[in-house]
Design a protein around this ligand. Structure first.
Ligand code: GRF
Length: 205
């Protein structure tokens, strides 16, 4: 079977990217990162990729007059590199239907809360300030909404009495690093089936 090629879109630190790289290198993820694209010049995620000899490029959204113009270039690069899956890993731009229709159900995101609670930015802070007893993380397919796409996997993280926003975020991030690769693995093995907004995971393929 041909290895799944992944395009990873980043804007920042890239610890999720790092966990994907590490799992591929350990032989635990049957995939290859074809390209890492950042919309932010100097994002640390780029350095992480370069250290592992992974191709990188910067496509700054600021340089384009419309979202579509920006996305056209993203699509062109991702297609050229043969990406069969696009993983958002701390990518801080919303993608339009134009982009999403090109990669229908082939764009994944990781979110640091149990969706549909606390979508959008600063999800860990939103959950912590709300006073929830359980938070966690979600890997989902991306649709036109903000963190509204079909849910692939979720993992719960208990909120402890003496937690701070930082300590909670740290424990969530540790789970994110496991969950994202698990979801990519399921995709790579062809085990995900989407029925309306439910993602079914098969065991038998
Ligand atoms: C993670 O918390 C992820 O859930 C969210 O953005 C953050 C990215 O962190 N979408 P990193 O760049 O992977 O370290």
């Amino acid at each position: 079977m041909k290895k799944l090629k992944i395009g990873v879109l980043v804007s920042g630190t890239g610890t999720n990217l790092q966990s994907i790289i590490d799992n591929i290198e350990k032989g635990e993820l049957p995939a290859e990162i074809a390209i890492v694209i950042s919309n932010v010049e100097g994002a640390y995620a780029l350095e992480r990729a370069e250290k592992h000899n992974i191709k990188t490029t910067v496509i700054e959204h600021k340089g384009y007059k419309s979202r579509e113009e920006f996305e056209k270039v993203l699509i062109e690069v991702l297609k050229k590199e043969g990406a069969g899956l696009v993983c958002l890993a701390g990518f801080m731009r919303l993608l339009s239907p134009f982009f999403l229709n090109t990669f229908k159900y082939r764009v994944m995101n990781i979110h640091p809360a149990l969706l549909p609670s606390f979508p959008g930015v600063h999800a860990q802070k939103q959950a912590f300030d709300y006073g929830v007893k359980v938070s966690g993380c979600t890997v989902h397919f991306v649709d036109e909404g903000t963190d509204t796409g079909p849910i692939i996997l979720q993992e719960a993280v208990k909120v402890l009495d003496d937690d701070t926003e930082e300590s909670l975020s740290k424990r969530i991030l540790e789970k994110e690093h496991l969950l994202y690769s698990k979801a990519i693995n399921l995709f790579a093995e062809g085990k995900l089936e989407i029925i309306r907004r439910k993602v079914l995971i098969s065991n038998d393929k």
